[in-house]
Design a binder for this molecule. Structure first.
Ligand code: FAD
Length: 389
């Protein structure tokens, strides 16, 4: 860049933070505006498998790969697939030296990225309200208090319900027909031995028809469960979602005929349930270039959670920062970034939707088999063919 650009990032998620980190490494100042009031104001979610060609590549660019590796859990790549009778259908072991998709708690990764930034980079408790392009090719960011501030580049890294996206496109997330209900288990090895046995060191999934039950081991003996089903978004109609017993009874009714040991996932969790309907953006989601404004991560390509969203957000963030550093102007940088990111995102989103349809068909019949073609490489964390026992 011939002059130092004024850059704002909306959202301190993984994508926004890695973008800020790479810019700062190259001496480009940046401010991140984040709606959360501080780094620990809410749970950051479960475990993520970070892929070699996307998330790990971004962490290499950010100079944080070794620190990531020290925190990550290669053994967490272990994966078990059951049918609804709790028959083990497939078991992929994970060697400690297999670094293709090590797991890490999302919270740990976010702290790693936050700690890598210059103090004061993130302005906490700061919601972005809207962004509008200006005739001179810059952009005006409207803060939550309606004050406006002009930047040469505003990056929308503010997730599914982005407030930056409307400056580029009319697309709105829509319900994908599938809901995940999240549940938690603490101290599984001491207090929930059946859950510990089911999940092993990594992930387990039990599947039949339009339903599945998934467990994922996080660090420190914590396990997250996802109770997944295809169905209407208002599956909980007439229920108070804070009434744990009532929600549990409604969920158990959906899993009649499933093995008792699997039903423990719905019966024995600590605390309540969190309803997470799956929303997605249309595919492909694209836009005509608008000077001074772009998107990354979920804001650009919200897709079903089949294990790529966080990885792509990291890659987008690192690549966008590199484009800004490498080009003489913001326009050229956005041309370079969007011409690669948009088609890549469309490919992944298409595959993710196909995966969702295959994994959660609109049918209640048990699957006769779980063919390998269900797990194409590069889409699910659970696609490794090696070490099947
Ligand atoms: C249950 C579940 C499991 C998943 N598992 C995986 C997985 O295993 N692997 C994987 O790769 N992906 C996974 N994903 C997808 C992944 O979570 C997302 O794709 C990823 O978090 C996107 O990162 P991001 O930085 O784009 O957005 P986000 O992580 O959503 O971050 C956006 C940030 O912007 C902030 N923000 C929002 N609005 C504003 C505003 N107006 N002003 C300022 N700040 C704002 C938010 O507070 C947040 O900090 C999963 C998703 C779900 C729902």
């Amino acid at each position: 860049m011939s002059t130092t650009p004024r850059i704002a990032i909306a959202g301190a998620g993984l994508g926004g933070l890695v973008c800020a980190r790479v810019l700062q490494q190259h001496g480009v100042p940046v401010t991140v505006f984040e709606r959360d009031t501080d780094a620990h104001s809410r749970s950051q979610g479960g475990t993520l498998d970070i892929h070699e060609d996307t998330g790990q590549a971004a962490l290499h660019t950010a100079g944080l790969f070794d620190q990531f590796l020290a925190l990550s859990r290669p053994e967490g790549q272990e994966w078990r697939l059951y049918d609804r009778h709790a028959t083990l259908i497939r078991h992929d072991q994970a060697g400690d030296d297999d670094l293709s998709r090590p797991e890490i708690d999302r919270g740990q990764l976010r702290v790693l990225l936050l700690d890598s930034l210059a103090p004061g980079t993130v302005r906490w408790g700061h919601s972005v309200r809207t962004v509008s392009p200006l005739p001179n090719g810059t952009a005006r960011l409207h803060h939550h208090d309606r004050a406006g501030e002009d930047f040469d580049l505003v990056i929308g890294a503010d997730g599914a319900w982005s407030r930056v996206r409307p400056a580029l496109s009319d697309a709105q997330p829509f319900y994908a027909g599938v809901t995940l209900v999240e549940a938690h288990f603490d101290d599984v090895d001491g207090r929930h031995p059946n859950i510990a046995h089911l999940v092993g060191r990594g992930t387990m999934s039990a599947k039949a028809g339009r339903r599945s039950l998934v467990l994922q081991r996080n660090s420190k003996g914590h396990v997250r469960a996802y109770i997944n089903f295809r169905g209407p978004r208002d599956w909980h109609a007439g229920l108070d979602l804070a009434d744990t017993q009532a929600v549990r009874a409604r969920l158990l009714a959906q899993y009649q005929g499933w093995h008792e040991s699997l039903l423990d996932i719905v019966r024995d969790n600590d605390g309540g349930f969190i309803n997470r309907p799956v929303f997605i953006l249309p595919v492909p989601h694209s836009w005509q270039r608008v000077p001074g404004i772009t998107l990354l991560g979920d804001a650009a390509h919200l897709m079903p959670p089949v294990g790529v969203g966080a990885n792509l957000a990291l890659l987008d963030g690192a690549e966008l920062a590199r484009a800004v550093i490498a080009h003489s102007g913001i326009d050229e940088a956005l041309d370079a970034y969007e011409s690669v990111m948009l088609p890549r995102a469309a490919d992944h989103a298409k595959t993710a939707q196909q995966m969702l349809t295959t994994l959660m068909p609109d049918s209640d019949s048990d699957d006769a088999a779980f063919p390998d073609s269900l797990w194409p490489a590069d889409t699910l964390p659970d696609s490794r063919p090696a070490h099947t026992s």
